[in-house]
Ligand binder design. Sequence first.
Ligand code: GTP
Ligand code: MG
Length: 195
Amino acid sequence: LFAGQVDFLKGVVAMDGLPPADRAEVCFAGRSNVGKSSLINALTNRKGLARASNTPGRTQEINYFTLGDSHFLVDLPGYGYAEAPVAVVEKWQRLLKAYLAGRQTLRRAFVLIDARHGVKPVDEEIMGLLDSAAVTFQAVLTKADKVKAKDMDRVLDQVRGRLATHPAAFPEIVLTSSEKGDGIATLRAIIAGIA
Ligand code: GTP
Ligand code: MG
């Protein structure tokens, strides 16, 4: 599936701008700067496809990518701190929540968690929203290359503990590094299996 064609489709700034709900879609949610856009680039093997940067708040629209003609991949704006004007941030946070709770064809939300930090209160808020909307979500730890193996178990325990409190959470956690490629093939296979 991922060897097939991947293309940028459009950036969406309001719910009425979403493309037709005519295929399975998965989205990448998480705190600003957690590595959502980088993960999409790693998954698709296309470096500049999704714009990534060190500035929190880089992605400000709901960016749609087509994966062949069977799936949409959706890169979301981050939640939490962002380097952008408050009014602008509030607008995209509202859109983000409306999208997560209201997109009929959203099959799974990948909730990205920085492997150095574990689950934060803002992550809990989004997970609660996904529970309420009955959207299955799966935790993906990012930047695994920045965490020593001996520290990873503690983070995994924390994340596992938090996930256990969320009815919409998938128990399996995916460990990734967009930098080094860890977990990327696994995540591709997971997405390919979502119809
Ligand atoms: P927003 O769009 O601002 O919400 O951020 P984002 O979640 O899309 O993060 P983005 O992909 O732009 O990455 C943020 C920063 O983290 C960039 O400087 C990336 O190079 C870095 N980064 C992303 N993934 C990894 C990773 O696996 N390992 C390391 N070491 N750095 C990473
Ligand atoms: Mg981004």
